[in-house]
Write a protein that binds this ligand. Sequence first.
Ligand code: AMP
Ligand code: GLY
Length: 432
Amino acid sequence: MKILIVGNGGREHALLWKLRRDAPSAQFFATRPNPGMAPLCTGVDLAPTDVDRLGTWAEGEEISLTVVGPEIPLARGLADAFRKRGLPVFGPTATAARIESSKAFAKDLMERVGVPTAAYRCFRSWSDAEAYIQEKEGPLVVKASGLAAGKGAIVCQTTEEALEAAREMLEGDAFGSAGAEIVVEEFMEGEELSVFGITDGRHVTFLLPSQDHKQIGEGDTGPNTGGMGAYAPIPIATDHLLDTVRDQIFLPVLDAMEASASPFRGVLYAGLMKTADGPKVVEFNCRFGDPEAQVILPLMDNPLLELLVAVGRGGSIAGTRARWNGRSALNTVLASEGYPGSYEKGKEIQIPGGLTDQEDLLVFHAGTREEEGRLLTAGGRVLSVVGLGNTLAEARERSLAGAEAIQFQGKTYRSDIGWRALESEETPAEGG
Ligand code: AMP
Ligand code: GLY
């Protein structure tokens, strides 16, 4: 079996790691693999967005399954192009990927089928947005509708902040064409969770829910990033909550997409807020989350590959279930100083010898590159340091020890990943 992974970040490193465990005898390929992935696969020197050339290459190699990590190649029609050539591919078509690539599309779809989400309005005109924001009271969230690497949502406490965010998107050039349309929505109070459903377009198999930490600063402060760390399992994801999420969120959305002749096949990522009125959708993504995949995949007991192959070939996953090993995982992301704003690259990274041989510690590469035998930083999010343990506290300890041991100039990370769950673990239950 020949498997191509498209993408070269922390999520794709984790996918490669898991799929190799699932199929040790398969041959693996990846587009421009990072230095962590490179020893595990054969590199293909094509960009993930070079859809036609990738298709020609994959056809020539007779690739049995292509797994697409990032959203941009999906939004540019990679899955459409591969399917046209008869190549099995895990990931939705460009039309279905609009659930992520256009927040306006996602919100309108949710409104149409009654999926719980924040009240909102979409705008292309600054004067209309201005009038609407002026009318509203309380905090608002202003979002670029298009793809913005997780940084396009601005939580605004005051009317002035909301006006400024909207003006910068619609009148200025914040987020470029992704900000030509914006969504202005009410602020939702609650705790966030990420739920990934593998779907053949009709049935859904949930992976273990996890929690990301989007903000750069400790205690969830400062601007949003792509994600600074995650952990799983999470105590707030009860069976009851997941039943609600399936019945009120995933199934209505999948049914509506199938009915409009653009079924979603791949992994549907629901970013949720657990509010006092039940779970509500913050956003949908058309792919696995990063840094969440790095904690979920090491906890999965059964093969992920079987699910990806079934969906990739256009088959059914009815009746399938994912199994988990009962342990915990926590991922601390090491970022470059300045991220999510501008940052310098090319800092030498030192990973102590033997660190990655430790049991219960996994280091997934994201923004790294190799030059003359030296490992250098090459992106905002540089490494994912994943600790595994029998408890979340153990997983956290291992992840933090790894994060401390790795060195590079400007290394920036949050040492409080998992704080909500750890705090509730420490608080004795009331009434003994
Ligand atoms: P998004 O890009 O839509 O996922 O938003 C990024 C982050 O902004 C989310 O993970 C939340 O932390 C925050 N956020 C977005 N929308 C809302 C909302 N309506 N209420 C509260 N927080 C939000
Ligand atoms: N962790 C957030 C995302 O993958 O979009």
